[in-house]
Write a protein that binds this ligand. Structure first.
Ligand SMILES: Cc1cc2nc3c(=O)[nH]c(=O)nc-3n(C[C@H](O)[C@H](O)[C@H](O)COP(=O)(O)OP(=O)(O)OC[C@H]3O[C@@H](n4cnc5c(N)ncnc54)[C@H](O)[C@@H]3O)c2cc1C
Length: 287
């Protein structure tokens, strides 16, 4: 499944996702490709398809959100082909093979490969039979005291039968919980931070607009997630979110955030610098 073909003139595009494991959010990439084709004036020459193993896009967020995302795709002329799990790619013949026997051709393939835990985790014995680590879904502590699992490497089954989506927002929120609890324990305090399953994601639709999906993925029997229609405010919120990440990285890498994001936003405040020192990256921070 290597040597994927280069884009010749921007033909048809296929993406897929891995079984019922949802990696956030495949649909956005095809929406951005669609927007790019429109900007270049070639949209009418391009056929776009999103092919997925799931019965509906963002199915883990519930039927209403799934229908909204499907509506976003179809309104832009992007065909959605559900319940098609890729079994192989022939890059020479430019053909996709699916487990149900169906085949499809493509000119450009945007492909999300099967998701697996890093080999070091698999070899270490930390992962279970399903290939993923497991942990308490609120404290992130594993069955080994003092060992935590967070982000893509851990699987949290939801009451609806699917695992918590793999998403950067969850990895970040989980990391904050673990960091706070470790810090509290080291100070002799109670470790009270909990990951509560709340999360949000931006569904960038192009044209300077983004939708915002937000909700509680731990809600039972099904996650309670709402998708706010794409708008300029959603895109602006995403830009601010991105700046926050860039500031954090620049600060921890010892790069002056003032210089590195000079064209993107303001430098961290004194309060942020003090906090950076408190959590241990202050010595390298040159701000
Ligand atoms: C195409 C795509 C689009 C996405 N879009 C979004 C989005 O819009 N919003 C969102 O919230 N999420 C998104 N996600 C999901 C998000 O990227 C992941 O959930 C998130 O990065 C998980 O963070 P992590 O730290 O657990 O794992 P990773 O980000 O994968 O970090 C793990 C790190 O460990 C390193 N590593 C592995 N093995 C070793 C080793 N032996 N030694 C040292 N280092 C090692 C890897 O190189 C990697 O840097 C997207 C994912 C994909 C694939």
């Amino acid at each position: 499944m290597s040597n994927f073909p280069q884009c010749p003139k921007c033909g048809s595009i296929h993406t897929y996702e891995d079984g019922n494991l949802y990696v956030c959010p495949e649909c956005r990439q095809v929406l951005l490709i669609e927007d790019l084709c429109r900007q270049r004036g070639i949209r009418d020459k391009v056929e776009l398809q999103l092919i997925a193993a799931e019965p509906g896009p963002m199915g883990v967020a519930g039927p209403a959100v799934s229908a909204s995302v499907r509506g976003l795709l179809e309104a832009r002329g992007i065909a959605y082909l559900p319940e098609h799990q890729v079994s192989g790619v022939d890059p020479v013949a430019k053909r996709l093979h699916f487990t149900n026997g169906v085949e499809a051709s493509f000119d450009l393939l945007a492909f999300v490969p099967p998701h697996v835990a890093p080999s070091i985790v698999l070899r270490s014995g930390l992962a279970g039979d399903n290939g993923w680590m497991s942990a308490d879904r609120n404290t992130l502590e594993t069955k080994w005291p003092g060992v935590y699992a967070l982000g893509d490497v851990v699987s949290f089954p939801l009451a609806m039968g699917k695992p918590l989506p793999r998403a950067g927002v969850f990895a970040r929120a989980q990391a904050q919980v673990v960091a706070r609890n470790i810090a509290a324990k080291r100070r002799g305090r109670a470790a009270t931070a909990r990951f509560d399953g709340h999360g949000m994601c931006f569904v960038e639709t192009g044209g300077g607009k983004a939708g915002i999906g937000r909700g509680n993925f731990y809600a039972e029997p099904v996650p309670t997630v709402a998708l706010h229609a794409p708008g300029r405010l959603g895109h602006f919120a995403k830009v601010l979110f991105e700046q926050q990440w860039l500031r954090g990285w620049a600060c921890c890498a010892g790069i002056s955030p003032r210089r590195s994001i000079a064209r993107r936003g303001s430098a961290p405040t004194c309060r942020r610098r003090k906090r950076a020192r408190r959590i241990g990256c202050g010595r390298r921070c040159r701000t």
